[in-house]
Design a protein around this ligand. Structure first.
Ligand SMILES: Cc1ncc(COP(=O)(O)O)c(C=O)c1O
Length: 499
């Protein structure tokens, strides 16, 4: 039968959907005559009125047309959708090939399809016992009991007003708690009115891109660098120019050269940097470079976007002031996230904004989402206020320190000269450059490792221009010391056993 009733909803809706799907699938061609209502009702064993109602809807929407005296036909303009030639990378969304025209922004966003945005990467990844994926928290480490208590309290104590639209900058109690926490832990001093709570730092980057960059404007970003920033800037239509990174972090002299190439003073609008632990290489931006960078920002009239994504986890060396603290916060937009200290699914982050940018960012956020969900914000404020949050940060730091030491010792023991490890004195990952593996052979190594239960991830996607050597980003935050030891031992055996 060319027409299938799907059993959902009223019979007339089923007839409507069945005929529509037959047209879409090409079983009924444009111009073809459809059965008379009486005949179809008989075949389907339904009342004629049911078919009439289904046809009426199809006529109203233009799928069918009547020709006087001749009957009812599939409209000439009823498009047949064909399956897409190649399925788009899975974000769990099906994209119809017969889509309406997109804006230039929409087209640019689609062009980012091949890029490894974290959320997309996670959904397709099988779980492995020794998974060195960066960005996953250890669920067992989370302060679940305290979090449940704070969520419960937030619910029980919610007043009638709490159910209304919230403050557009974010929940006031949370902004106050975060402002105090940032002053205590990171030396970032700001009034709560300059703090904008966002749904993860990714929303902060998107807002920054839309408020600060127009198509053709230049944005500088570390190379290699954070894909979330690069993608947001590209989506805004900016010219994204990479600035090389060395052992002291972002190379400010190279930033000057990039700015000169972009047209000179005044043309660079924004510069994205991860000074406390360069993502992904792990360098800590030196004090001299911090000063030079702020000077660069002043001379060029550019905004520095300081992403302090894992600033809580510092294991060696003198803590350096954030760019925000060094500057006083007029040239620097400070970006923080709860994804590393708590968990990514919380989708909470914050911006500390220069005074002059509070209003445009706030207006842009109101256009985007009208504010965030209330419950998690209130619970987080409570978690910080009662001290559980900082206790958790301290415990996490101790645990991550142990995991880092296990990783470094295991790498020295089992990998030896086969790797060069960099970026280990802060953060939740290290980079391992592989001395005897050609970049072209890395995919094979990653596949062989996966077959042995080891999850490995190339550093290449973080580069615009991939380097001539093979490297891995090894995240260790979610693995027990035992799993780290075994995983690295197995990796060593795999590297030694390669032809
Ligand atoms: C450099 C960097 N910034 C920020 C984030 C956090 O992003 P979000 O707050 O959107 O989860 C990550 C997460 O992996 C990161 O690597």
């Amino acid at each position: 039968m060319w027409l299938v009733l799907d059993g959902e909803g009223s019979l007339s809706r089923q007839v409507y959907r069945g005929v529509r799907e037959a047209i879409r699938a090409g079983r009924l061609a444009a111009g073809a005559r459809v059965p008379a209502t009486r005949a179809l009702a008989r075949d389907l064993r339904v009342a004629r009125i049911t078919v009439i109602q289904g046809y009426e809807q199809l006529l109203a929407e233009g799928w069918l047309e009547t020709r006087r005296g001749a009957g009812t036909f599939v409209s000439a303009g009823a498009a047949v959708e064909r399956p897409a030639a190649a399925a788009p990378p899975s974000l769990g969304v099906r994209v119809s090939p017969a889509r309406p025209r997109l804006s230039a922004f929409g087209e640019r966003v689609l062009e980012t399809r091949g890029r490894p945005l974290l959320s997309a990467a996670i959904s397709t990844r099988p779980t492995l016992p020794y998974d060195f994926r960066y960005g996953t928290p250890a669920i067992l480490d989370l302060p679940t009991t305290a979090w449940q208590r704070c969520i419960g309290r937030a619910l029980r104590r919610a007043s009638v007003r709490a159910y209304d639209y919230g403050a557009p900058l974010g929940n006031p109690a949370l902004r106050e708690a975060l402002a105090e926490y940032l002053a205590r832990s990171r030396g970032v001093r700001c009034a709560p009115e300059r703090l904008l709570v966002v749904s993860g730092s990714q929303q902060g980057l998107d807002l920054a891109a839309r408020v600060m960059l127009e198509p053709g404007a230049t944005a500088l970003i570390e190379e290699p660098g954070y894909e979330g920033a690069r993608t947001a800037f590209r989506a805004a239509g900016a010219r994204v120019v990479g600035v090389p990174v060395d052992a002291e972090g972002l190379d400010v002299v190279a930033a000057e050269a990039a700015a000169a190439g972009a047209g000179g003073l005044g043309d660079v609008r924004a510069l994205f940097t991860t000074p406390s632990h360069q993502y992904p290489l792990g360098a800590v931006l030196s004090l001299a470079r911090r000063r030079a960078l702020l000077d660069f920002a002043t001379r060029h009239g550019a905004l520095v976007i300081e992403d302090d994504y894992d600033g809580e986890f510092r294991f060696e060396g003198k803590p350096l002031e954030t760019l925000h603290a060094l500057d006083g916060g007029e040239r620097v937009l400070y970006l923080g996230t709860l994804s590393k200290v708590l968990f990514p699914a919380l989708r909470l982050g914050y911006l500390v904004l220069p005074d002059a940018l509070v209003e445009p960012f706030l207006r842009a956020r109101l256009v985007a989402d009208g504010g965030l969900a209330m419950l998690e914000q209130v619970a987080l404020a409570e978690l910080i206020r009662e001290g559980s949050f900082e206790r958790h940060v301290r415990r996490s730091r101790a645990r991550h320190l142990e995991r880092r030491e296990t990783l470094l010792a295991a790498a020295a023991r089992h990998l030896g000269d086969a790797v060069e490890i960099v970026g280990s004195n802060a953060g939740l990952h290290v980079v391992a450059w592989l001395r005897d593996v050609e970049p072209a052979a890395l995919r094979r190594l990653i596949d062989d490792a996966a077959a042995r239960g080891i999850g490995l991830y190339s550093i290449h996607p973080y580069y615009e221009t991939p380097p001539p050597r093979a490297g891995l980003v090894l995240g260790y935050a979610a693995l027990t010391p035992e799993a780290i030891e075994t995983g690295i031992e197995r990796l060593g055996a795999l590297l030694r056993g390669r032809p």
